[in-house]
Design a protein. Sequence first.
Length: 352
Amino acid sequence: MDTAPQLGTSAELPADYRARLADLHVLPAWTLLRAVMPVGAAVQKAVAFHWPYARLREELLRAGDLVPVEKAERRVLALINPGLNPDSLATLPSIFFGLQLIRPGERAPNHKHIPAAVRVILEGSGAYTTVEGEKLAMEPGDLILTPPNHWHDHGHEGRTPMIWMDVLDHPLAVPLDISYVTPGKLATFGENTLDAGDTAYRCAGVAPYRPLGHKPPDYPLRRYRWSRVREALAALAEANDPTTPVHLRYINPETGDTAIRTLDFSARELRPGESVAIRRSSANRMFLTLEGEGVIAINGAEHACAHGDAVAVPTYASVTLTNAAARAPWRLLQVDDTPTQTKLGFYEEPAV
Ligand code: 1HN
């Protein structure tokens, strides 16, 4: 165990000296050092938490009756971590999750914002997101990207309520004093092309031809169709050795980098009876169940998850995923902040 000297407190300083420092807007750092950098273990405010979809869904549909979309801009119920300040609208220190409802015929107006947003569709069909002129259909399980400062709106041409999980990185942008939105016109952006990325990147390993050295577009693929990802997971579940976990990352098909720069999105499949232990690390992690059922054990406490359930895993936790079902696979989405932590040089996997 590290030993560190006991540091002086502000109470030990003469009152007139403290007042003079306060007047100059300075503080004796040694009295606060351990609060921002405790010895040996970080202060953890966020806690492990489980949001059951069945209960949230009911309240979200009620919001549809109570609040017209014009009054909400986005009709979203935010998943607030019990350990964090609710004003920060954060599910983990770096990740926001919120459930959004759009009813048939409604439009959520065009806007763009500094934080990136990724939609994970949970139920309904017939709705779309338009991202800078590309009209992206939304089907259950799909991932839809709205990268930083890209115009986007949502509309619904179907007949039943459309619900998706919004994943945003604004908890990273807010403390930097750079998070804002630019409102746009209600009309969708110019000429809409239908799922252009899905056509251009239909085949893994092949990309639209351009002279070598020419820069590819940023965020070239904005809709990752669940039907294709699901097929890839199922194929790997068949082919992989049973001791090799089935885990696929959502990538930028031009660069191989993560789909957005701040957060990593990946899909897992656990075969019937399979259990996967995840390395302890400094990552903040969310899990969202897409198909089947499974148990997430966080530091030994078990959370039984069904379709649409979201679970927050705080830093340094030990996590085990278990599919106890006899026949059905458990397919879930993982979202974590490892891209940010890695780029900043903060990421670590502590020994034991
Ligand atoms: C937002 O702009 C969207 O664009 C969704 O659909 C959820 C939650 C907090 C702040 C802005 C959207 C949001 C949001």
